[in-house]
Design a protein around this ligand. Sequence first.
Ligand SMILES: C[S@@+](CC[C@H](N)C(=O)[O-])C[C@H]1O[C@@H](n2cnc3c(N)ncnc32)[C@H](O)[C@@H]1O
Length: 234
Amino acid sequence: MRRVVEPELLDALPPDDPRAVGSRGDLRRLNFVMGHAHILTRALAPGHGASPLRSRPLRLVELGAGDGSLLLQLARRWSVHGITAEVTLLDRHTLVSGETRRAFAALGWSVETVASDVFAWLSSPVPVAGVMVANLFLHHFEEEGLGELLRLAAAKADLFIACEPRRSAFALAAARSVGLLGCNDVTQHDAVVSVRAGFAGRELSAFWPQTGEWELRERSAGLFSHCLLAQRNG
Ligand SMILES: C[S@@+](CC[C@H](N)C(=O)[O-])C[C@H]1O[C@@H](n2cnc3c(N)ncnc32)[C@H](O)[C@@H]1O
């Protein structure tokens, strides 16, 4: 299946439009169905002594973080292992609720939200993050933007992990059925567009800088997802 990037409806709606609010609620449900919190937790293996999550202080960045609910789920899972972090949630919109901020604080995690375009922010003099996460975000970008984004991310992270839609006939059939889960018209449209813009094979690794200082692992995950983990050697 050829990769096709088309505009998503959620990106064109004002953040407080009821259909956008509904679609972000759908995204929380779809992240659950796709098992993304579980996939990301397993990939970083916080129970393991050498996990990158063990670095102190841990600076954790999520690109295209939306309402921050996925990273909050990760924080809840990782804090069980005594991990705390200074989190930056980057999105072009400010979408993180007071309730989500308080939930991070209750875990002892500090949270900074940044409303910015990802390219502008990654090009600014921000400190290197121990871990940088992108969830359901990279598929928004055409090849040129993707190459630029991953080049900038590689300069600002010691470990980068992305969990994206898998571009497959099965995932496409599932995306066409999200209405059965009660997802609204925006999500029904965007789910199909997202799978068509998703990834397969080693497509994301091909965009990562080929400098030899990175260990790259790219694979399908769960039933519907595709992940890249890039870790700086040493
Ligand atoms: C599909 S949502 C995923 C949100 C979140 N990661 C999740 O899993 O629920 C994609 C997010 O990327 C943000 N976004 C899209 N393009 C962006 C850009 N160029 N710079 C910053 N954020 C962007 C949107 O505002 C939206 O919140």
